[in-house]
Design a protein around this ligand. Structure first.
Ligand code: GDP
Ligand code: ZN
Length: 315
């Protein structure tokens, strides 16, 4: 009797296989997805409606040994992005912490800083305010300027990324972070110091995206050494619209207003010019910063503008 032949172990064809991975680089509609064995796959996206960001879990169809087409995105725990009437830009998905970087030698845009803080609160993320370049003489003046942020639970973390990044490393442990800051604050310095793989990855990503020119405007995710944590570096941005949040969510993301919830005469009070508004009283008593209330009104107006059917054609 002839023994039945064992079928030879067939290596599944690489192309046509469906796999999953982590989005580690994004530039326009091109993405690098890292499979769980850390193999990088250059991907494009199927369909116009799908949008992804670094930190997303992507399901893709392999089209070659190092290429694929993204077909779907996993459920997100959080999504950090900016949007206004004209465009929207995804920055990072599934982050648990936002790290804003400021420094004494670059003019600080506090409106922008507060928008990051509000976005973090709206996504249920922690916020770390990294006050970089502690070695510069003006650093103490920067810290003095940031003192009022303690009123909503934000104490700056002093840091000199060039000399020692350890104070920040401790904050990154156990978190998935996104780093945000105006250009020149020291984001690249921080990324290179916290993620030793960063320099190598920058080169790899620019090769994958077939152009080195765009690395500064693309977004990339870096794994932190010896753990599952990671950090997403975002390009420096001058504007940060939060129009994707409905007005109620925006009000709720101003944490210092929460103790006044239900104290205004009108239940739907927007804390603007309504009579009997507890928040406006708190502002005149100095308990709430007037700039924060002004920002709240700007954000609510921006949110209402994108929801106004008369503006539909512009979006
Ligand atoms: P990015 O635009 O936010 O990525 O900023 P960079 O990382 O390119 O840094 C901008 C400039 O600040 C560079 O000249 C850095 O060398 C410098 N820089 C970064 N961190 C520090 C620091 O801790 N102390 C000082 N004195 N300079 C720093
Ligand atoms: Zn009110």
């Amino acid at each position: 009797m002839i023994a039945p032949q064992r079928p030879a172990a067939v290596e599944p064809p690489r192309a046509g296989r469906r796999v999953e991975g982590l989005v580690v680089a994004a530039y326009r509609r091109h993405y690098t997805v890292e499979l769980d064995d850390r193999t990088p796959i250059d991907c494009v996206i199927r369909g116009r409606s799908l949008q992804l960001a670094c930190g997303d879990r992507a399901a893709l169809l392999r089209t070659g040994s190092g290429t694929g087409v993204i077909e779907s995105v996993g459920t997100r725990g959080s999504l950090f992005y900016r949007s206004d009437l004209f465009r929207e830009k995804l920055i990072a998905a599934n982050v648990t912490q936002v790290v804003g970087v400021v420094a004494p030698d670059v003019a600080l845009d506090e409106n922008l800083l507060n928008r990051w803080i509000v976005a973090a609160a709206a996504e249920g993320c922690a916020f770390v305010l990294a006050a970089n370049k502690a070695d510069l003489p003006d650093h103490s003046a920067l810290l003095a300027r940031l003192k009022p942020y303690a009123a909503f639970g934000i104490e700056p973390l002093s840091l000199s990324a060039k000399r020692d990044v350890h104070p920040l490393l401790a904050e990154l442990a156990g978190k998935r972070s996104v780093l945000i800051g105006q250009s020149g604050m020291g984001k690249s310095t921080i990324i290179n110091a916290v993620a030793p793989s960063a320099a190598a990855r920058t080169a790899e990503v620019s090769r994958a995206l077939k152009t080195g020119r765009h690395t500064t405007t693309s977004t990339a995710l870096y794994r932190l050494p010896d753990c599952d944590d990671w950090i997403v570096d975002s390009p420096g941005m001058k504007v940060f619209g939060l129009a994707h949040y409905p007005p109620d969510a925006i009000v709720h993301a101003f944490v210092e207003l929460r103790p006044y919830e239900g104290h205004c005469r009108f239940t739907d009070c927007r804390h603007d010019r309504e009579p009997g508004c507890a928040v406006q009283v708190a502002v005149s008593d100095g308990a709430i910063a007037p700039q924060r209330l002004a920002l709240l009104h700007d954000l609510v107006r921006e949110s209402e503008a994108v929801r106004d059917p008369r503006n539909r054609s512009k979006s």
